[in-house]
Design a protein around this ligand. Structure first.
Ligand code: URA
Length: 232
């Protein structure tokens, strides 16, 4: 078995797939994906359907996000004595979920990459100042040299995403090593992230029309956390 790094840039040892400069990755709007969205956007969906169908979309999102990460070559011998010239991740991959809604994405990531370490950030908006406030962070020790999948199913105003990215930057994570994975995003949230952090990539399954006066996305899904955890 051999491992070879392909040098393709300053902070990566190897890259395949779209270049880092492709910043927004919208999943192909297939009939299958739209059918899944139809289930979770239905206000009358049962909680079981909501949870189970969200998980299927998370899989698609995480597959796309993982495909953006750098890889190195790895050759293996097959059971019939031949060589398969394959690939493996070039750097450790970790997840960081933004509580509470982001925790809903952890199980799928763990199922896909059982060894992956998953950190957690709790950011809440201050009731008076309306500014995001960091309450808690537990991050893997090697996060600065990891590829980070930042998990939050909702990218609405972008305030929480910006606070989370700022924290990761404080821990030494390069912008280009962060992939923000989100189920629904708003044009406002995408602009907020990319205006401040142009090299952070966003993977999403839908870009909504806009935010309403209560900062909910429309046509939207309602409060994701409440619907997922049954607290509505
Ligand atoms: N958070 C949600 O759960 N839903 C939205 O539409 C916006 C933020």
């Amino acid at each position: 078995m051999t491992d070879t790094a392909i040098d393709t840039g300053p902070s990566h040892t190897a890259v395949t797939g779209p270049p880092v400069t492709t910043r927004l990755h919208l999943l192909p709007q297939t009939n299958r994906l739209r059918s899944l969205h139809t289930v979770i956007r239905d206000r009358d969906a049962s909680r079981a359907d909501f949870v189970q169908t969200s998980a299927q979309i998370f899989r698609l999102l995480l597959d796309t996000a993982l495909d953006l990460l750098p890889v190195t070559t790895r050759s293996v011998r097959t059971p019939v004595g031949q060589t398969y010239h394959g690939l493996r991740p070039a750097a450790p991959v970790c997840g960081v979920s933004i509580a509470r809604a982001g925790e809903s994405m952890e199980a799928e990531l763990r199922a896909m990459l059982p060894q992956t370490r998953i950190g957690k950030i709790l950011i809440q908006r201050d009731r008076t100042t309306k500014l995001p406030h960091l309450h808690y962070a537990a991050l893997p020790p090697d996060i600065a040299t990891s590829q980070v999948l930042l998990l939050d199913p909702m990218l609405a105003t972008g305030g929480t995403a910006l606070a989370a990215i700022a924290l990761l930057r404080e821990y030494g994570v390069f912008e280009e090593d962060i992939v923000f994975v989100t189920l629904l995003s708003s044009p406002e949230g995408i602009s907020a992230v990319h205006d401040r952090h142009p090299r952070v990539r966003i993977v999403t399954s839908a870009v909504e029309e806009r935010l309403n006066g209560d900062a909910y996305m429309v046509p939207g899904i309602g409060d994701f956390g409440d619907r997922y955890f049954g607290t509505d």
